[in-house]
Design a binder for this molecule. Structure first.
Ligand SMILES: CC(=O)SCCNC(=O)CCNC(=O)[C@H](O)C(C)(C)COP(=O)(O)OP(=O)(O)OC[C@H]1O[C@@H](n2cnc3c(N)ncnc32)[C@H](O)[C@@H]1OP(=O)(O)O
Ligand SMILES: CC(C)C(=O)C(=O)O
Length: 515
């Protein structure tokens, strides 16, 4: 199996992501994790950029023992000297020189003719070669460089002593076919190409960075450059985890492998996200929160029967515990039952159907239905209290300059309705007064508490009330995404319990019905 070298540039090109700024400690923390991940080369920064970056690269060079540490440099002696200084303590240092080769960059940015690019790059490589045995050279914007000139530049770099020639698709312009073809052409036409490693460095402007990197591998690339989570300049770089898992999962096709410890991928991704402040999108391949999550009923059913129906790789491979079956409005009974079993409930078919109906109603209102939501729904359902009153509707009118008014409609067991309206000191008070009028119960509200059982704007609110009437004291609970509705439900629930309780002899005020 062919080995593909992984050159991680999270600390250099990744740090070029707008808004990202890693200090020395953060660079070292990430570098040590990259070492655990088993990357072959770590590009730790651009030492000429600032004294802080030079110190950061130096700190990484001192901390990391099992990877080549790379410093980036323009084709200028002062930059090369800064890399020398930064990497003086590295066990295995490498300098990465670059100079743009494309017509656009030559004309507008460098203002150089082809021969000047060749001369400047050669001089830089030869100068660097006096101090570094490992020299990587990148013709920047190789992707938009004339192919014959790219061959000429590559041949010059080899002659001058480069050990790796990297082919950057700097602006993420190429298609996989075109990018792969560059590698094929270089392999077939450049003298001495067998003496060096060819490297791929892709950007994701058109969403093709990983596909392009894989095309390079198929056409002879020895090394892939990329970042964790695909962070980097503009739309980012090739995501290393995507390349590694593509090679792992499709070994049959690529016949190539990285040396990465794949089970460190999830941890590395989390650390990079935390320290760069760049969240990983949920749908991001491999490391997104949804990459191993299944929400739709048919997929969940398939997963429960046989995981390979909907998973081409396992979460354990990248260091996650297990796949997730998340419950939402598109989920089915199989997954719902499985969740209940996990939560310790083994319901019969009828109970399951009722609970499932309630769950679907909640899921229609709420984006993420959590375990706490389900427990709240189930526990409410399993306590069997005859429902003398069922809350049908509530309507509340509230304004900070007007008196809160509530209208409630309660359904009775015979199918008739009670409608009442009342004003109150606040919305909840108005609701409770309207319910009192409708039920003609005289109760005292002993306690009212509200808490969120889940998180976020669409969290379920859970209201607890304690009502007393003479010697009886009961508790009621209501759950809803709307706190006024939860308040009304809790009150009606307590009234139903009160009515049930009155049928048995009173045992004093301590006798609170606990749910
Ligand atoms: C594709 C890539 O990702 S390349 C890496 C990009 N990363 C960065 O630029 C981050 C670090 N950069 C920096 O901190 C600064 O740009 C520095 C310190 C390197 C240079 O800063 P300054 O001296 O102020 O120059 P500035 O950035 O404005 O302009 C770049 C200069 O380098 C030249 N240049 C660009 N690339 C190269 C190169 N590979 N070799 C030699 N010169 C180069 C430009 O033509 C320009 O030269 P000019 O001043 O003669 O016009
Ligand atoms: C320095 C080079 C390799 C680079 O980052 C690019 O061209 O994208």
């Amino acid at each position: 199996m062919r080995k593909i070298y992984i050159f991680d540039t999270t600390l250099r090109d990744g740090e070029q992501s707008p808004g990202v700024n890693l200090n020395m400690q953060e660079k070292v923390e990430i570098a040590l994790q990259l070492e655990k991940l088993g990357v072959d080369r770590i590009e730790a920064g651009f030492p000429a950029a600032s004294p802080g970056d030079l110190a950061g690269v130096n700190a990484v060079a001192r901390a990391v023992k099992n990877a080549t540490i790379v410093g980036l440099s323009r084709s200028r002696t002062q930059d090369i000297d800064a890399v020398r200084e930064a990497l003086k303590d590295a066990q295995d240092p490498c300098i990465h020189l670059f100079l743009a080769s494309s017509p656009i960059h030559r004309k507008h940015k460098l203002r150089m003719e082809k021969h000047q690019v060749l001369e400047a790059a050669e001089a830089a490589i030869r100068y660097a070669k006096q101090y570094f045995s490992k020299v990587e050279f990148s013709p920047e914007d190789a992707g938009r460089t004339e192919l014959d000139f790219l061959c000429e530049v590559t041949e010059m770099a080899i002659r001058a002593g480069a050990t790796v020639v990297n082919i950057p698709d700097t602006v993420g312009y190429l298609t996989p076919y075109e990018y792969g073809n560059i590698f094929k052409t270089l392999k077939e036409n450049v003298n001495g190409i067998e003496k060096i490693q060819l490297s791929a460095h892709c950007h994701d402007d058109l969403g093709m960075a990983t596909a392009n990197a894989l095309a390079a591998i198929l056409n002879g690339a020895d090394q892939i450059e990329g970042t964790i989570n695909g962070i980097g300049e503009r739309a980012g770089n090739t995501a290393i985890e995507e390349v590694a898992l593509a090679l792992e999962t499709r070994q049959d096709f690529f016949q190539a492998k990285t040396g990465l410890v794949l089970s460190e991928i999830a941890r590395t991704s989390r650390l990079v996200s935390k320290l760069t402040g760049m969240p990983v999108p949920g749908n991001k391949a491999i490391v997104g929160a949804n990459a191993f999550a299944h929400e739709s009923g048919i997929h969940q059913d398939g997963m429960l029967k046989e995981k390979t129906t909907y998973e081409i790789m396992s979460p354990e491979t990248i260091g996650l515990k297990e796949s997730k079956l998340t419950l939402g409005k598109l989920s089915g009974r199989h997954a719902f039952r499985e969740k209940l079993v996990d939560l310790g409930y083994d319901l019969g078919d009828e109970q399951l159907n009722t609970a499932f109906g309630k769950f679907k109603a909640l899921a229609d209102k709420k984006k993420n239905v959590t375990d706490e939501d389900i427990l709240a729904l189930i526990e409410e359902k399993l306590i069997e209290t005859p429902e003398v009153y069922v809350l049908e509707t509530i309507q509340v009118s509230y304004g900070n300059q007007s008196t809160p008014t509530a209208t409630v409609r309660l359904k009775l067991q015979d199918g008739s309705y009670l409608d009442e309206a009342a004003v109150g000191n606040g919305s909840v008070d108005a609701i409770y007064k309207a319910i009192d009028k409708a039920t003609q119960e005289e109760v005292e509200l002993g306690d009212y508490s509200i808490q969120s059982v889940t998180q976020g704007k669409d969290a379920l609110g859970e209201v607890h009330v304690v009502l007393s009437q003479g010697d009886y004291s009961v508790q009621g609970r209501g759950v809803s995404t709307d706190i006024l509705e939860a308040s009304a439900r809790a009150y009606v629930d307590a009234l139903n319990r009160l009515i049930e309780k009155r049928k048995t002899p009173a045992r004093g005020r301590d006798n609170v019905t606990l749910i």
